[in-house]
Design a binder for this molecule. Sequence first.
Ligand code: NAP
Length: 285
Amino acid sequence: MKIGGKTRLLALLGSPVSHSLSPGMHNAAFSFLGLDYVYLAFETSEDGLERAVEGLRAFGARGFNLTMPHKEAVLPLLDEISPEARMIGSVNTVSNEDGRLVGYNTDGIGFVRDLRERGVPVKGARVVMAGAGGAARSVAVQLALDGVSEIVLLNRTLEKARSITEAIRKHIPGCEARAEELGGERLGRSLARADIFINSTTLGMHPDEDRSVLSDPGALRPGLAVADFIYNPRKTKLLAMAERAGCRAFNGLGMLLYQGAEAFRIWTGREMPVDRVRREVFPDL
Ligand code: NAP
């Protein structure tokens, strides 16, 4: 990569960002295609977000990504928000269109593309999702937009699951959406009629690798696709259980790759060479 006077800046704003895989992914893709961009991660506190966004606008940065804890806080700082991101209520990608900052959310698009690339049918599918945080919201809304027939959202804090299912019922009435409290036998029971099970909770993430949102593997069966948003560790306890039960099981690296690919397309107008990025940046994907 050669940095010169015309190199365009892309950035990640969040806290923490030092372990992010996004700089490696985007810079590799720029280099593969010979594009004159550089992507840097900036540790940004909640107090510093507004100044960071105005700084990037003043520098004429091509755009930026947002990660925790800024995906919702950035909304009032933008000039325009895509209808999907507005429905989701958070933004992870911003494009600077000649000084106008336009917000998108590519997390859900990335997750659904990963399902499709793996040959998991989406249209008409019945989905069970554990967790109702920010990432769950974008994926649940995108799955509903892409035609799943049913989503059951189970969360420790019932109110958060309800707020997502209410948004889906209001905007995407073709999808049946139901919220339940996570706990007891409810998850196992819901899985009995599911095609896709998604863990969007942080349970099982490093350093709590011995935890799993599902305790009884009896609810898992061949034919069920099990997706974990977590990619550290690559194989969570849940995914190991799912594989032993004969399910198709996959971690969150595909979601990460394809949400990045969609942001890359928005910023550069080019398709990210995902196969090469996968091979050379995420060899264990
Ligand atoms: P978040 O907004 O903080 O949501 C966390 C979720 O985990 C909430 O539903 C929370 O429930 C639940 N949870 C946390 N501790 C729990 C416990 N002890 N018991 C039951 N539930 C618990 O986080 P997020 O941004 O949505 O991220 C969620 C996960 O997805 C993280 O592991 C993150 O690394 C991963 N992620 C992956 C990608 C990717 O590209 N692969 C992208 C974004 C996020 P409450 O609502 O009750 O607190």
